[in-house]
Design a protein around this ligand. Structure first.
Ligand code: HSE
Length: 429
């Protein structure tokens, strides 16, 4: 028997427990592994949970799980950096194998933890840390091992995708959609992690480690959120044949990496544009496979519990001498980040301009000064106090030129307020 100890019996912990109990025989039939939960810890031992816990299994002390001699695999599901970091380190020092869904911890301290695990000859499983129920980590480590990967495009945060979908398809307000996502249990304890792109950036760091074999620090991921998306831009995007999504993008060219999480426009003909609601998807281009696409529920009790269970079963198999998975690069390889200077993408720009002759030529003059060429322009809507929205799509431009041009245009007397710019990600179809 392989004994499992769970630290943190919240949404994902309950899903994991349920699957391991309900499908004990199914898992045994499929994998030959006899897996039992033998200990669970949660600071709130009394809270009602819709599972019937076995007698004597529950404790308020994480240490009891880690030190229990019947626990072979410690599952950390409390989230956050501390004390999760301390518990995982303790478990590894105790020669326990570890499964975690903790993306923030792996993004911040992955190097140290994977190094420690390798030293102690144990493993850390983290399938549940990125995209809930999608077996993505396994696909990258195992399925794509014979490829160089140089492009990842992800919708990695269910909450923000749910909000943008509701705003796009139902015209719902940002606030109402966020409230719904929180009620449905998708959002992080601190929802700013979801809506400001931080949760997706954590996940992107993990994917980059596996796909590009190097470590990217959170501070090197350009990160922006969806809080300032104006419904008018969603509408214009639709007219131009795009959808706005919170896109996580990682590219590697000439040993340089660019990593970003921000709202961007994606063509409606791209499969990623139709990933809606709480669903996540990741589009990965391998040099041998070409584009591959992974889709599924990125959050929730049972989808994420299913990912935890898959790590446990995998480990149970390898603890008995099954063949190892391709290794996780523990210590960073030196790869440089590519700055916005060298990154060329098209942009969407929206200005609020005085409706009078010559305005458009002033705007296009500034764009030309910064070497930005226009691919299309629309001016629509009714005048509001003499002002109208002007929307421009540009050809590929660098981020710096775009910022400078935008600032210069905003200084023109005929322009009101701050203009909007949104990157366009064509998505390497
Ligand atoms: N808050 C996360 C999301 C949960 O909305 O995707 C899964 O990591």
């Amino acid at each position: 028997m392989i004994g499992v100890g769970i630290i943190g019996l919240g949404t994902v912990g309950i899903g994991t427990y349920k699957i391991l109990e309900q499908y004990h025989s199914l898992i045994k039939d499929k994998s030959g592994q006899d897996i039992r939960v033998v200990k669970c810890a949660d600071i709130d031992t009394k809270r009602p949970r819709d599972i019937s816990l076995k007698q004597g299994i529950m404790t308020a002390e994480a240490r009891e799980v880690i030190e229990c001699k019947d626990v072979d695999i410690v599952v950390e599901l409390i989230g956050g950096i501390e004390p999760a970091n301390e518990y995982i380190r303790m478990a590894i020092q105790n020669k326990k194998w570890v499964v975690t869904a903790n993306k923030a911890l792996l993004a911040e301290k992955g190097d140290e933890l994977f190094t420690l695990a390798a030293k102690q000859n144990v493993e850390i499983g983290f399938e549940a840390s990125v995209c809930g129920g999608i077996p993505l980590i396994k696909a990258i480590r195992d399925g794509l091992v014979g490829n160089r990967i140089n492009y990842i495009l992800g919708i990695l945060n269910g909450t923000s995708n749910y909000i943008l979908t509701k705003m796009t398809l139902e015209g719902m307000s940002f606030e109402k959609a966020l409230e719904e996502a929180q009620r449905l249990g998708f959002a992080e304890a601190d929802p700013t992690f979801d809506v400001e792109g931080i949760d997706a950036a954590h996940k992107l760091c993990i994917l980059i480690r596996l796909a590009f074999q190097c470590h990217v620090k959170m501070r090197d991921v350009v990160t922006g959120g969806i809080t300032k998306i104006d419904p008018i831009d969603i509408e214009f995007a639709r007219e131009f044949g795009y959808r706005i999504k919170l896109l996580a993008v990682a590219k590697e060219e000439n040993e340089k990496i660019e990593a970003r999480v921000e709202p961007a426009m994606i063509p409606v003909v791209h499969p990623m544009s139709n990933v809606d609601g709480v669903y996540n998807a990741v589009y990965i281009v391998g040099d041998k496979t070409g584009p591959t696409l992974y889709y599924g529920k990125g959050a929730g009790s049972e989808p994420t519990g299913s990912a935890v269970v898959s790590d446990i079963v995998d480990m149970a198999y390898r603890m008995r001498g099954g063949s190892p998975l391709p290794k996780i690069p523990s210590v960073s390889k030196a790869k440089k980040m590519r700055s916005g200077e060298k990154s060329f993408v098209p942009y969407y720009m929206r200005f609020t301009a005085k409706d009078r002759p010559g305005v458009l030529s002033k705007v296009s003059g500034v764009l030309a000064e910064y070497n930005i060429s226009i691919s299309s322009v629309i001016q629509k809507g009714r005048k509001e106090n003499g002002y109208v929205p002007i929307v421009i799509l540009t050809h590929e431009a660098t981020e710096q030129n775009l910022k400078n041009a935008k600032a210069a245009i905003d200084r023109l007397a005929v322009i009101k307020g701050e203009s909007v710019s949104i990157r366009i990600e064509e998505g390497r179809l």
